[in-house]
Design a protein around this ligand. Sequence first.
Ligand code: AMP
Length: 284
Amino acid sequence: MQIIRSVDELIDYVADQKNRHISIGLVPTMGALHEGHLSLVERAVSENGCVIVSVFVNPTQFNNPEDLRTYPRTEEADVKLLAKAGASAVFIPAVEEVYPDGAKSDKVYDLGSVAEVMEGKFRPGHFQGVAQIVSRLFILSRPDRAYFGEKDFQQIAVIKRMTETEGLNVSIVECPICRADDGLALSSRNTLLSPDQRLRAPLIYKALRESVEYSKSHSVRATHDMVVEQIDAVPEMKVEYFEIVDARTLLPVEEWEESPRIQGCITVFNGKVRLIDNICYRPV
Ligand code: AMP
């Protein structure tokens, strides 16, 4: 596996693959890799001749400086895991390499209404930062396919929109959420949980799962309230938002009949650690 640290090296590497008509799969990550990331890499390896994984903690998508400062960084372990998973190259640039003119950009991406709700509301600027880095990675690595996890359900909708409005010819592949045996969605931020917080964290998915059963005989409002009440009752846990939305528009629904595909998207503070998860209500 090739380790690439500069933009020029990446451009040359990609040109070489293109000259040889090898298909390129891209997996953008912020490192601190776990099985969830590796499931994306494995899928990409099975579908492309060359797989590039980027490992870059993108400062422009953090609206909270403390979150950026404490974000876990495990470069050496990441490189080993990627080599084992069969990645062809890892792109690990420094911030100045990605943003030579400074990370702040005047460009405003047209991300539409899918970027305004939920994460867009609670993390101002977050999706502009995501669009900035992902579009840059798409332009530099010219992938045929790019792989994203459904754990960041809204992010996929935003990236699809960005890809369209920026006219980038990349097919977006959506991959299922990987969970720990106790149900907790795998996340780099899970390593920041105290032992007690980690023990309680699976209650998020437990509440979501129970609510799918509950939703069959209860209204959207009642299902919403049941989830929030269950999680808020756990020590140190506080729901930031829980929205039951049309999976396409990401706008809240009031009735289960309103859309053929309905998703519940949740963000919970477990102590200071912000965890996200989601579940499908319709089709069940
Ligand atoms: P991150 O490093 O958190 O920015 O995540 C990089 C990519 O991995 C994103 O597309 C995430 O949605 C995906 N990802 C993160 N956690 C998981 C998970 N538990 N299951 C599946 N994909 C995931």
